[in-house]
Write a protein that binds this ligand. Structure first.
Ligand SMILES: O=C(O)CCC(=O)C(=O)O
Length: 315
């Protein structure tokens, strides 16, 4: 019953009406991109004319356009290499980005909030939106050096949307974040994975598929999730994951495994396939935090659920 209600478009509109203030961030972007819908209505890729990324480093090669760019020199040398390889690889790693003291602070804040029961765990292993509960965590998401890097990669101002904290590995199957957090034009999401402890290979590390961001974006229609005037499409998330798994086999993509030290970060592209490796030792923790960012001035929504994104404190 709940499942049907979540797919019923008038119920989505009602839910959105109750969260009207958090939808205002889309107002100007609807005008900019000529979207003739009300802010409260459901939204999916069917409402847009194309599935092309307009992010500048998808349209041009970072190795060419950033080689002589003065902004490059302000980043550590290994990060400069990552930035230059962005168009080709779809990810970069920044080692020792956060100090051990900052990591200890985040871990302390995360445990404090978890123990307080203020935020409930989702999908068995994720604490969402701890940035709304802790100024220290929120400050990390707004770290000026990080924002400078992400804005350079997207070619637009970025805003944090969501944090996800993990104590253990996610064991999540491979996916592109653009099925969950979607933009029009496409390509304007970017994510940062922060190691909150040294990651052990048995703990279910993050894995990712270098170069997979260049594959076409796989959205609802591409796995048969077809909506009607009244209902959003009826396909499960597992069916999406099956299609991605097939794609990985067909394209013979090889995963890379991220085994960072505490404080290292990995930044990934809106369409880079990634997931969590199986957990070999369930006693091991894998403390980590993901921050998802949108470009500020694009349309932000959730393709899977066909809802516009709610941005707390927007405008
Ligand atoms: O940390 C992981 O294992 C996966 C996280 C992830 O897929 C995500 O946040 O999009």
């Amino acid at each position: 019953m709940i499942h049907l209600l979540k797919r019923f478009k008038p119920a989505i509109t009602l839910y959105n009406l109750l969260h009207a203030r958090q939808l205002r961030h889309n107002e100007e972007a609807y005008r900019t991109y000529g979207l003739n819908k009300h802010l409260f209505q459901s939204l999916s890729s069917k409402d847009f004319p194309d599935k092309t990324s307009r992010a500048w480093l998808d349209q041009q090669d970072s190795r060419i356009v950033l080689k002589e760019d003065a902004r490059l020199a302000s980043f550590p040398e290994h990060v400069q290499t990552g930035i230059l390889g962005w168009s080709d690889q779809g990810y970069l790693i920044w080692e020792k980005f956060l100090s051990r003291e900052t990591i200890a602070d985040i871990n302390e804040e995360a445990s404090r909030i978890a123990l307080s029961g203020k935020v409930s765990i989702t999908h068995d292993n994720k604490y969402p939106f701890l940035n709304r509960e802790s100024k220290k965590i929120d400050d990390i998401t707004r770290n000026p050096e990080l924002i400078r890097l992400l804005s350079l990669l997207l070619g637009k101002e970025v805003v944090p949307f969501q944090t996800l904290n993990f104590v253990k590995g996610s064991g999540q199957r491979a996916h592109s974040d653009s099925i969950h957090m979607t933009t029009y034009p496409l390509g304007y999401l970017i994510a940062v994975w922060i190691a909150l402890e040294d990651v052990h290979p048995d703990s279910g590390p993050l894995c990712y598929y270098p170069g997979s961001h260049k594959l076409p974006y796989l959205l609802n229609d591409d796995f048969g999730k077809i909506s009607t005037a009244w209902m959003t499409g009826n396909r499960s998330y597992a069916e999406y994951e099956d299609v991605i798994e097939d794609l990985i086999h067909k394209q013979k993509l090889e995963p890379a495994v991220f085994l960072p030290k505490a404080g290292d970060i990995l930044v990934w592209h809106a369409n880079l396939l990634h997931g969590g490796q199986p957990i070999e030792n369930p006693d091991r923790t894998r403390k980590s935090m993901v921050v998802h960012y949108y470009a500020k001035d694009v349309i932000k929504y959730h393709e899977l659920t066909e809802r516009p994104s709610l941005m707390a404190g927007s405008r």
